[in-house]
Ligand binder design. Sequence first.
Ligand code: MEV
Length: 322
Amino acid sequence: MWSADAPAKAILFGEHAVLYGAPAIAIAIDLRASVSLEKSEKWLLNGDAFNPLLNPHLGHLISEFGDLDNPLSISIDSTIPMAAGLGSSAALSVASGMALSASRGHNSVTSIESLARAAHRAEASAQGGRASPTDTSVSTLGGAVIVSSSRIKSLEHRWAIDLESPDGSKHWDVHSLSIPSSLSRIPIVIGFTGISSSTKKMVEMVANNMQTSSFRLAMEKVSEISQKSIDILSTGNPEAIGDAMTRCHSLLQKIGVSSTELDNLIDAVLPFSFGAKLTGAGGGGCIIALSNEPQACAEEINKCGGIPYITSFAEIGVKISS
Ligand code: MEV
């Protein structure tokens, strides 16, 4: 049996804008997807025949790291809600890539960079060519990751990724950022609206709206907040980060990726938080709040009909499970 697991991610700043030149800042959180593999007569997923059309990410990773002549029975066990903006498919992709690689006789993938690249190719193909390497890099590396359109000298550079997208050629540099413990030990509350959302549809909608100038202006402001937050993050001041998150949410409302349910959850948790915003592609999915009163936030999320998850910052990225 070969197993690997990888964390979910939450985007603090720069969702959508990262596809148009802005930096994205994302952290790994301690919800994880685990993939276990066993030798089998045929390819199975959780006991049923495996269909790559229904599970394109997994199909893609099998094509890159698996051995098609030696079928496996794949079991997925995940605490990450699916299609909820928390990077469940990215976590599944990197965990399955690492487990598949182990099944071929490696203790770990030759390089985690190749794993992150393969997982990003799977995301890009599932999202109609519009996918930044944010989710897949965070699930691979753990900790805090900054993805930007050029290298940031003050940060640890991990790798660069290029992509031909329907909106032209894209280039991203992926960096790791170490977050002061004054910030990393603050509980992270996730509120799931219970409404799933398609990242592919949301990124398509945003791409169509990028033609209008008022929309582009809001996107530029998201980019400014994201840029400034890189310095604020290294100071570890939760009030300043929370304030930037809440301002970022107002802009995400303007670009039309929030929803009544997301806004209601934000209003409910704000009195108990440093700040809150939607996280990920939006349209449904989740909010993220930084709070020293996680129970109070969770109760408010429940009262609004949402599903709370009290989580924390996860330092460890993809790993072989014992
Ligand atoms: C999805 O988690 C984040 C988006 O910015 C898309 C992407 O970066 O690939 C909406």
